[in-house]
Design a protein around this ligand. Structure first.
Ligand code: ZN
Length: 283
């Protein structure tokens, strides 16, 4: 704000003169010389700037949201490609989806696609070595997951403040943005014997979601099941009704999703919330 005390002197008929903005003397009204801008002129300029900002800001925000969506799309494409490359090296088996280890149904698998828990090293994630630059040293020259890998795992529109941890699991909140279809391979107890599928078991690969962005307020692990709601961070619309939402409820749209055939597409809950995505052989 401009401090009125600094606005200078009262001059004749010209009103307040801004001494800090002096310009060449000009012929004022009634032939008197005037120095600087009048307060009215200054207010008009400020008003015009404010108007321009109010016109441009929504366009600017829209452009930034679109840029974030594009960056997120690139992230999920590289992560999904890493998952598919993993299957090529492991007889077609998918990496496991990394549910929170609860000591009852799930445990930590070395094959978890992301080692996100606070007691694990992100650099040991099963897909890390398939994601370009992910195993590079960080800016301080320390070994471990590179900043680049972390960046790829985080949607630029995502907020991590107040993220909740799974009650009782003691592994901290999930501080990344993407979630893998839990029908590919679950890290269930006992190790490695059940619930792991191979890529050649999956049909209709261009229609089924492999990785997506779940609702960060409701999902506390890197897993997506077909009834899990999607994020609202890339926009919302009204649902026609699906297995999770009633018609008329708010759903997420433009949710970046990597499909089994490796294309990426923005989807909404009405598309994703369908048991079809959890059935490998469904056509
Ligand atoms: Zn995103």
């Amino acid at each position: 704000m401009i401090d009125l005390m600094t606005l200078g002197n009262l001059k004749d008929n010209e009103g307040l003169i801004v001494t800090g903005l002096r310009r060449k003397p000009r012929q004022g009204r009634k032939g008197a010389e005037s120095l600087g801008f009048t307060l009215v002129e200054l207010l008009v300029v400020i008003g015009i700037i404010a108007l321009l900002i109010s016109i441009l800001l929504p366009a600017f925000n829209k452009a930034r949201a679109a840029a974030n969506r594009t960056a997120c799309m690139s992230n999920i494409k590289q992560l999904g490609t890493g998952v598919l490359m993993y299957t090529q090296d492991h007889g077609g088996l998918f990496p496991t989806c990394s549910y929170s280890a609860d000591g009852i149904a799930y445990m930590e698998y070395p094959d978890d696609w992301i080692h996100w828990q606070q007691d694990r090293q992100l650099s040991n994630s099963a897909i890390a070595k398939y994601v370009s630059g992910s195993s590079a040293k960080n800016a301080n020259g320390e070994a471990g997951a590179s900043e680049r890998f972390k960046q790829l795992l985080r949607c630029p529109s995502d907020q991590f403040n107040g993220r909740k941890a799974r009650p009782g699991a003691g592994q901290g909140p999930y501080l990344y943005s993407y979630n893998m279809n839990d029908s590919t391979a679950r890290n269930e107890i006992p190790y490695n014997t059940r619930f792991r599928t191979k890529i050649n078991q999956w049909r209709a690969t261009s229609k089924k979601i492999l990785l997506t962005e779940s609702d960060e307020k409701l999902v506390w692990q890197p897993v997506w099941g077909w009834v899990a709601p999607l994020t609202h961070r890339h926009g919302t619309a009204i649902s026609r009704g699906n297995a999770f939402l009633s018609a008329g409820q708010t759903m997420g749209v433009n949710v970046n999703s990597f499909f089994f055939d490796s294309h990426v597409e923005g989807v909404n809950d009405d598309f994703a919330c369908n048991q079809f995505h959890g059935q490998p052989s469904a056509e």
